[in-house]
Design a protein around this ligand. Structure first.
Ligand code: HEC
Length: 152
């Protein structure tokens, strides 16, 4: 027996109601969408997207999510997996100066695995890469970083 129009409307309303109220329907922000009101321009962000995709994503994930969930457990050789840069790990504890130092020197001099980018990327590209992964941070994380950065 075909559904009556009123039943269909009911069903439709129910769907809208459930969808609108379920936590799954919460809008998940697009990680690749430029966030306004921060230190970097949209241009820097878009350069950073490319720089990050070709130099950093193979270790830190295309959206800075890292490669493994458990990035705090050392590898068998005592080094650590690449941490996420999307704001869920420590990257927001570091001022721009310290972030640039990490990108320039990598982690090898301190017993880690990250290669040095000092001679590989220009200063503009390094800053753009920072802009890209900071753009993955929510506003609260960005605000916390801003405080740390400004007190340096
Ligand atoms: C070969 C893998 C690899 C590549 C490529 C790589 N990283 Fe890393 N990165 C790591 C690892 C591993 C660490 C942790 C320290 C270590 O072991 O050297 C790290 C640490 C970091 C940190 C410090 C994070 C924190 O929470 O303190 C930053 C920032 C960072 N990387 C940014 C970048 C950027 C930007 C690029 C691209 C320009 C990049 N990395 C490319 C592996 C990599």
């Amino acid at each position: 027996m075909p559904l009556s129009t009123s039943k269909l409307i009911h069903l439709l309303l129910l769907t809208v109601f459930l969808y609108g109220c379920s936590p799954d329907a919460k809008e998940i922000p697009d990680p690749f969408l430029y966030k306004k009101g921060r230190w970097y321009t949209e241009y820097q962000f878009s350069v950073g997207k490319t720089v990050f995709a070709s130099n950093c994503a193979q270790c830190h994930g295309n959206a800075g999510q890292g490669l493994v969930d458990d990035w705090k457990t050392p590898n068998p050789d005592g080094t650590f997996p690449p941490p996420p840069l999307n704001g869920t790990a420590h990257s927001w504890h570091h001022s721009t100066e310290v972030l640039l130092e990490t990108i320039n020197n990598g982690g090898i001099p301190i017993g880690g695995n990250m290669p040095a980018f000092k001679e590989v990327l220009s200063d503009e590209e390094k800053l753009a890469a920072i802009a890209f992964f900071q753009n993955l941070w929510d506003d609260e994380t960005y605000a916390k970083w801003l405080k740390i950065n400004n007190s340096n």
